[in-house]
Design a binder for this molecule. Sequence first.
Ligand code: ADP
Ligand code: MG
Length: 550
Amino acid sequence: MSKNLEGQQVLILPEGSSRILGRDAQRTNIAVAYAVANAIRTTLGPRGMDKMLVSDIGDIVITNDGATILEEMNVEHPAAKIMVEIAKTQDKEVGDGTTTAVMISGNLLKKAGDLLDQNIHASTIIKGYTLASAKAVESLEEISSRVSPKDIELLEKIASIAMGSKSVGSGSSKDFLAKLVVKAVTQVAEQKDGKYLVDHDLIKIEKKAGGDIQDTTLIHGVLVDKEIVHPQMPKTISAPKIVLVDAALEIEKTEIDAKIEITSPEQMQAFLGQEEKMLKDMVEKIAKTGANVLFCQKGIDEVAQHYLAKKGISAVRRVKKSDMEKLARATGASIATSLDDLDEKQVGKAGKVEEKKISGEAMVFVEGCEHATSVTIFVRASTEHVVSEGERAIKDAIGAVSSALEDGRVVTGGGSAEIELSKRLYEYATQIGGREQLAITAFAEALEIVPRTLAESAGMDAIDAIVSLRSKHKEKSGTNMGIDVYTAKIEDMQKLGVLEPAKVKKQAIQSAYEAAKMLLRIDDMISSRGKPMPRGGPGGDMGGMGGGDY
Ligand code: ADP
Ligand code: MG
């Protein structure tokens, strides 16, 4: 470096960039992550509150779902975005436990902040957290019990607990939906090498406002949100023979501007006759298979519709590709891409095809399929908002029940699993010793946020609740003691039937840990967006949405 450069600032970043370094970077990220966690904390559990989210164009969403809230919040800060990622991953991987995952992560970071203030290095904290998270996952396995598709009642409890906090009406509606979800999931579950697999694509959810949540039905087959095209076609077809066609029953209009010169009425007649004949031929090809129901992924010309109706074939046009695939699986039909190679072998079966009017709109139900490997849950409820929340509740329940089946393990909820894990981590910390011990203890404390929050939602004194839970868990028979949010008492969660899939908890702990680790590693934040980094922090970024500090 030459002498005359001394003391002069060297710019390596473009003008307008901002930079936060070292402890400041960590402090900012921790504050933001904790603020996000706090913002959704009050929604946890069946006594949790809902949030009303209003988008910039005035759309309203009322929900209790962590993933949905975070998505709608449109957070700005990069650390907040990572928290949103946790919720999304959790939702994608296991379909439930989003609030839990984000809360644990936010608290892992807050505790890490306290340790940083005591001059414990981030890498020591990360090391301790890594040990703790592995130990927690291992302990989770130990305290879990087995579940199989035969344990219908148990699975129904899992479904009902997963729906717990969503407002889908009374307890009886929840039991009703839980039964429906378990039927749907066990129907599509496939056994492979002794393990169960649930393909969520095989469970379709359709919703329509109007009616009552108890009018929600499970259709063993597929529901197509389209109408039968022609009024003269039969609307109810029992024991239908079904063909699926991915080709248009239309005359292709030439792309280039072809001109046809017609000089006489005879020529016109011949030309139209030709078109008509082509369409009639198409219909013939379908009729030849013996089918009486046609689902077409493309369009059906009016003339073709007329001929189809004459042949007594009911047809639905412009069916979604995903629906076509579901129809194929359910009815055993294969999708024909051209009318020419259509034959009887491609025809599928069902118990009944019927067009029904739901809230004034026609929909086609394909029911009683032999291979009912795909099912549709048709959600009904009084208003759009309730239907949407009902759908989210059902999705959580599907996620929970399939996680339970796939992993084959359940644990007790109500904060009991978290308290038990944290107890084991306190013990483990003393075995490890050293500075990591402090981080493992911090991990144990962070897990307690779940029972603590559930206790608060039930109106209990959080500190008393934790103290008494800890002492209950010291006893051998106390492993399942958790918060009964309805009576505000400490109870045995196994006896109350508050059960959750072990996989949901495992994923929540793991993704919470991964995100915390990622944010702790950052000691330099550079933004080249030409505006200062949003600083965030409780009451800052989140506009005081959270439930305050505890
Ligand atoms: P998440 O998005 O994390 O799934 P929820 O709002 O669904 O959040 O709440 C889940 C938490 O509520 C779990 O810890 C679960 O054990 C607890 N919970 C659900 N139902 C009950 C109940 N009846 N009694 C006590 N705790 C419950
Ligand atoms: Mg849940």
